[in-house]
Every structure is written in structure tokens, then in C-alpha cells.
Design a protein around this ligand. Structure first.
Ligand code: ADP
Ligand code: MG
Length: 225
């Protein structure tokens, strides 16, 4: 299988009062149909890397290709559309819209791309079934448990059938049993046409990926697990 995502010599430096060099010449290739886990201590640059891959942030230098297509990090308009269509993102917590129900949180992600509300709602209902939360359709995030919120976040991330799913410590704030369920749901999204990358502190989950990437000194070391 060809490489789908290629990062080349990525540097990322944050300049506030102090200059922090987070990524220092990171190069990595990712294939579709595989799951990659990203490990490393807090502050090692996992979120920074995922934010660059999701085109939310741009590197200080270096290049990135999706499907041989060179990303222009300065083309925000185009990148926003690319992200909405091709990338599903799941964060650790609190990333659902508080004033919207579970169903709305899911289908709004689809409306940002297409304007067919009926179709969006019907897709969202199917996804609620998939994540086993049909009975929570009209509940607000504050009325849901942490694990339920993450299931909704996964449903929302996959409604546009993205080619890339990025998850930043998706089970980081859950107890182990709930974390296992959420992780299983995330892993079940592995398909030949999808690339999944998740950051985690948990070696048990990290080792269930096809490849384990460890952040070391601003770069990554890859292990085939
Ligand atoms: P991780 O996700 O592995 O815990 P991060 O990618 O969040 O690590 O952060 C890596 C380093 O970059 C940390 O030292 C953090 O303080 C710094 N950092 C992250 N984002 C910013 C920012 N917007 N401004 C300044 N420093 C930042
Ligand atoms: Mg982080």
C-alpha cells in the first residue's frame, strides 16, 4: 500500500517569552488501512504534531503531502474545506458543543460540508445506533457520561467518512473499562481506505496499533507492533 501521508523534516518552534523547539526535523510516512499510535511524555509534542497533520496549525518549516498532494499551510480557506471533508478529529474531552444535543452535535459536522439537513440527520441517527446511543439522541453533553461523550465525538468525527481519523488522547480521561470500549469503537473504524492516528499515554492501547510512534527529542521512532 502506498504512503498516504508524508511528513518531511517538520520543525515547529513556539515563540512566546521563551522559545520552545517542539518538533525538530520530524519525518514520517503513513499508510492507509493502518492504525498508528503516538506515545510520549506530556509536553513532548504529540498534540503539536496532530494539529499540524489536521492543518489546524502550521509547521515552522518542513513539508507535508496528502496523497502526493503538497499542502500549502498558508491557504487557510482551502485547508478548512480539506479538513472538513477528509479529516475527523477526536479530542480528549469537552469538544462537543454544549448547547446542542447529541444528535445535533453529530449532524452539524455534516452540514458544514453539505447542505442537505434531512440526509445529515438520517446519517447521524445511523451513527447514534452504531455507537449504541440511540436512546441519548436528545441529551445534551452535560447529561452524558465521559464515555458517552467520546462515543458521540467519534460519531461526529466519522459522519463525513473521512480518510484520516486523528484522536488526541481520546481515552485519556476515562476509567479503564470505559476507555477499552471507546478504544474498541475507534479501532473498529480501521478500513482499507482510512488512516487512523491516535495519541495516548497508555502503552496497553498503544501496542494495539499497527505501528507505534514514540516522540523522542522532537522526532519519532517507529516500531512495527
Ligand atoms: P503533548 O501533546 O505531547 O503533551 P504538546 O504538543 O501539547 O505536547 O506541547 C509540546 C510543547 O509545546 C510544550 O512544551 C508546550 O508547552 C508547547 N506549546 C504547545 N502549544 C503552544 C503554544 N500555542 N504556544 C507556546 N507553546 C506551546
Ligand atoms: Mg497533548
Amino acid at each position: 500500500m502506498n504512503n498516504f501521508l508524508e511528513l518531511k523534516n517538520i520543525h515547529k518552534t513556539f515563540k512566546t517569552e521563551k522559545t520552545v523547539k517542539v518538533l525538530k526535523g520530524l519525518s514520517q510516512k503513513f499508510k492507509k488501512g493502518k492504525i498508528y499510535s503516538l506515545m510520549g511524555p506530556s509536553g513532548s509534542g504529540k498534540s503539536t504534531l496532530l494539529n499540524i497533520i489536521s492543518l489546524i496549525d502550521k509547521p515552522s518549516s518542513g513539508s507535508m503531502k496528502f496523497d502526493k498532494f503538497q499542502i500549502d499551510f498558508n491557504n487557510n480557506g482551502k485547508n478548512d474545506i480539506f479538513r472538513a471533508a477528509k479529516i475527523g478529529i477526536i479530542y480528549q474531552q469537552n469538544n462537543l458543543l454544549a448547547d446542542f444535543t447529541a444528535l445535533e452535535n453529530i449532524y452539524l459536522a455534516s452540514l458544514s460540508l453539505h447542505n442537505d439537513k434531512k440526509l445529515a440527520i438520517s446519517k447521524a441517527k445511523q451513527l447514534l445506533k452504531l455507537v449504541k446511543l440511540s436512546n441519548r439522541s436528545d441529551h445534551y453533553p452535560s447529561q452524558l457520561s465521559g464515555g458517552e461523550c467520546q462515543r458521540i465525538a467519534i460519531a461526529r468525527a466519522i459522519i463525513n467518512d473521512p480518510e484520516v481519523i486523528l484522536a488526541d488522547e481520546p481515552t485519556g480521561s476515562l476509567d479503564m473499562n470505559t476507555a477499552k470500549d471507546v478504544f474498541k469503537l475507534l479501532s473498529s473504524q480501521k478500513k482499507s481506505n482510512k488512516l487512523i492516528i491516535f495519541a495516548t499515554h497508555n502503552r496497553f492501547f498503544a501496542k494495539k496499533a499497527d505501528y507505534l510512534l514514540e516522540m523522542t527529542n522532537g522526532s519519532v521512532k517507529t516500531t512495527n507492533v
